[in-house]
Write a protein that binds this ligand. Structure first.
Ligand SMILES: NC(=O)C1=CN([C@@H]2O[C@H](COP(=O)(O)OP(=O)(O)OC[C@H]3O[C@@H](n4cnc5c(N)ncnc54)[C@H](OP(=O)(O)O)[C@@H]3O)[C@@H](O)[C@H]2O)C=CC1
Ligand SMILES: CC(=O)[C@](C)(O)C(=O)O
Ligand SMILES: [Mg+2]
Ligand SMILES: [Mg+2]
Length: 518
């Protein structure tokens, strides 16, 4: 495995190992979008495209969705409803392992739930939505069980990262495609349901064609993405996907935001706030004000809307936090890119399976107990937008963006993995029921990784950023100018225009998903 520093890098102006001219489709209308200094090809989704699904799924009679974690229930139900709406008779079946604890829930929601091997054997498209760690254990048997000509469908590049690290590859004679929703399963389902009223509402998704034996892989991948409800589909590679996804969830999406809340909650109390006020100014400020503003008006609006006095506080926090956050983010990116983090996830899977490791509870602390009280008497209009909290959060988001751009990822991938997913898919879940409701509705890979990396962000911010502020280190004006003049802002604006503005906020009526730690 080549360390990231030696891996081929793309500049932001050249397209990638992807085709520089983008991709073409005979079925779906493609569109060029200009994101900062780059042009990307995308497909805009929407229910109006469902009549095109039978053509995109040509040759597919049976779809098998394997697993019932976060993604599988959402993707399987969306897929089934979209195909039905298109008048297609393609079947969607669920495949689970023997003795699966998900059997009862899956059967309650789906008519055809069977043993995973039986479903794998008969499916023309196998959507492999078991945990990444399990994929790395079972891939040989799965490949062997698939029927000749069937397509392997992934929602993550993890398995390629693992195969690369052991010098193996996918069997040459099969199509391998990826559709990776940039949001957790419950929000993929919830926004799809909203999409029935607001055409195009959904979770954006990347897609990739890794192997195309049939010549039909691009159309099928696009069809899958449209069927599960992506407002827009952008192209990636399995390698870019696993690097950005595993990294992003350890960063601002889950791990870093958890750390920022815990650290600021303690800091504000040390400075004299009550626990309730400290929670309001940390967690609530992020999920109730900052991410909502970013979702509708972009990252810079958070700063632009501030009074001169608040801008000064923001600048102090931003300038002190950007460097320390970026240091951990870069380390995390390198650990992911070189395969270490993939090995770490697999080893944790082994420890969990052998009883030596576990995925513990993260919301039993004082922070989240106080949070529960604060939420119970929440007044939306009284949630403060704390400028210090905003400075730390936005600095970490910008540092995450910069590491990805320097790693050569496309703007679509960078923005979805660092901004849109945070504000549209994940933060609303933390707002509704606290940190565990957000983190533990995500994948095993994400649950474990954010637990592992959150403390790194917490420590470095406490030790380097907040001490710099307390020691009166002057604001780095250059850093602030880089932020306000950053080329990502225009690109975020463009990406946001590609999806209708929907309010994903969770309520008791709209959120039925319980946290299931698997
Ligand atoms: N969570 C998300 O929102 C996102 C996830 N992804 C990707 O989607 C894929 C699925 O992830 P996610 O939905 O989060 O699920 P999880 O990572 O939570 O995995 C849970 C599923 O894996 C199954 N599983 C675990 N071990 C085994 C095994 N040994 N044999 C068979 N099945 C097993 C579980 O079965 P059982 O039910 O029997 O316990 C369960 O259905 C992954 O590739 C992930 O990276 C991509 C985008 C977002
Ligand atoms: C929801 C999502 O996209 C994550 C955070 O990457 C995951 O659950 O792995
Ligand atoms: Mg993800
Ligand atoms: Mg993930």
């Amino acid at each position: 495995f080549a360390p990231a520093a030696f891996a081929p890098r793309r500049t932001a102006t050249t397209a990638t190992s992807l085709n520089a001219d983008g991709f073409t489709s005979k079925i779906f209308k493609t569109q060029q979008v200009t994101l900062a200094e780059t042009t990307e090809t995308i497909v805009k989704g929407g229910r109006d495209l469902f009549p095109l699904l039978p053509a995109a799924f040509e040759g597919i009679k049976k779809v098998g969705v394997i697993g019932w974690g976060s993604q599988a229930p959402a993707q399987a139900q969306n897929m089934k409803e979209s195909l039905a709406a298109a008048g297609s008779d393609i079947t969607v079946s669920i495949g689970l392992r023997a003795g699966s604890s998900s059997m009862a829930e899956a059967k309650a929601q789906f008519d055809d739930v069977r043993d995973m091997w039986e479903v794998i054997k008969e499916s023309d498209l196998v959507m492999l939505l078991i945990s990444d760690a399990a994929q790395s254990k079972l891939y040989k048997e799965i490949f062997a069980a698939m029927k000749p000509g069937a397509t392997l469908g992934l929602s993550h590049g993890f398995l390629l990262g693992y195969l690369d690290s052991i010098g193996e590859a996918f069997p040459e004679d099969m199509d391998v495609i990826l559709v990776a929703p940039k949001g957790m399963g419950p929000s993929v389902r919830r926004l799809y349901e909203q999409g029935k009223e607001v055409n195009g509402a959904g979770i954006n998704s990347s897609f990739a064609v890794h192997q195309d034996k049939s010549g039909k892989a691009t159309e099928l991948a696009l069809g899958w993405g449209v069927a599960v409800g992506a407002p827009f589909l952008f192209q990636t590679t399995l390698r870019d996907e696993y690097k950005s996804d595993i990294y992003g969830e350890r960063g601002i999406l889950l791990g870093a935001v958890h750390a920022i809340v815990e650290g600021l909650y303690r800091r504000y109390q040390r400075q004299g706030m009550s626990p309730e006020d400290a929670f309001l100014n940390s967690a609530e400020s992020i999920t109730g004000m900052i991410t909502k503003k970013i979702s509708t008006r972009g990252i810079k609006a958070v700063y632009d809307d501030m009074s001169p006095a608040d801008k000064e506080v923001f600048e102090t926090a931003y300038s002190a936090s950007y460097g320390p956050s970026k240091e951990i983010l870069q380390e995390c990116y390198d650990e992911v890119a070189c395969g270490n983090e993939i090995r770490s996830v697999i080893m944790q899977g082994d420890r969990v399976n052998s009883g030596k490791g576990f995925i513990g509870k993260i919301d039993g602390t004082d922070t989240w107990k106080v949070g529960e009280k604060v939420r119970a008497s929440r007044d939306d209009d009284a949630i403060p937008l704390n400028p210090f909290t905003a400075g730390v959060y936005v600095a970490t988001m910008m540092a995450q963006i910069d590491v990805l751009l320097e790693g050569g990822h496309s703007y679509s991938e960078v923005i979805n993995e660092s901004v849109i997913e945070a504000v549209d898919s994940l933060a609303p879940y933390m707002h509704y029921r606290g940190v565990a409701f957000m983190v533990d509705n995500c994948s095993f890979t994400a649950k474990w990784g954010s637990r592992k990396w959150a403390p790194r962000f917490d420590y470095i911010l406490d030790q380097l950023a907040y001490t710099a502020v307390d020691n009166g280190v002057p604001v780095n004006k250059e850093k602030i100018a880089e932020f306000t003049g950053h080329r990502v802002h225009q690109a975020v604006e463009e990406c946001c225009k590609l999806r209708p503005p929907v309010d994903i906020s969770c309520t008791a009526e709209t959120t039925t998903k319980e946290i299931v730690i698997k």
